[in-house]
Design a binder for this molecule. Structure first.
Ligand SMILES: *[C@@H]1O[C@H](CO)[C@@H](O)[C@H](O)[C@H]1NC(C)=O
Length: 178
């Protein structure tokens, strides 16, 4: 089982979302500026959670920047608020549904196909494989991360989303407002 570090969005999102291409807004539902989407589908019992296989060319350098920085930094855009936890619950449920009906594991590729994005209404979560080999992860665990992050990273906590980073930095999973 993977262990992971929980990082509040106050530390993370300003780097992932705003560093580098600071003033260029990402397109609605994209996880970064310049996202390349390879394929998409809808999952869950109601086929209402939007899944995309994609990549964000600049993740590598952004995450390294985050790691190098220990102290919390100000977050631009706190007023955006976090995702609606009820919307995130729909994604968490869809992951559990797929775990029971498709299988417990899913594969995340590398390079230009290293990101899996899931979106329902206000809730956007994505999983990034930072390794050079494909990794397998548990749908149940991603579901738990979404369930944990959504209510714990709201504007009232001075955040608008959050992230789990694997302790070996092999991957990270993030939840924020779409
Ligand atoms: C992207 O990776 C997923 C998971 O390994 C795979 O199912 C899919 O076929 C890949 N897409 C492309 C275009 O390589």
């Amino acid at each position: 089982m993977w262990s992971f570090t929980f990082i509040s969005a106050a530390l993370l999102l300003s780097k992932v979302s705003f560093a580098g291409a600071a003033l260029v807004p990402r397109a609605a539902g994209d996880v970064c500026d310049g996202q390349v989407t390879l394929s998409e589908a809808f999952i869950g019992a109601d086929k209402n959670v939007h899944v995309r296989y994609a990549t964000c060319p600049k993740y590598g350098s952004k995450v390294k920047t985050l790691e190098a920085r220990q102290a919390p930094i100000d977050v631009c855009g706190n007023s955006c608020g976090g995702p609606n936890p009820n919307d995130c619950a729909v994604i968490a449920d869809a992951l559990l549904y797929d775990s029971q009906n498709i299988g417990p594991l899913f594969t995340v590729g590398t390079g230009t196909n290293n990101t899996v994005v899931m979106q329902y209404a206000t809730c956007l979560t994505f999983f990034v494989n930072q390794d050079t080999v494909p990794i397998e992860y548990c749908r149940n665990d991603w579901s738990s991360l979404v369930t944990f992050i959504a209510p714990n990273c709201q504007a009232t906590q001075n955040a608008h989303g959050g992230l789990c980073l694997a302790s070996n930095e092999q991957w990270f999973a993030q939840v924020n407002h779409s």
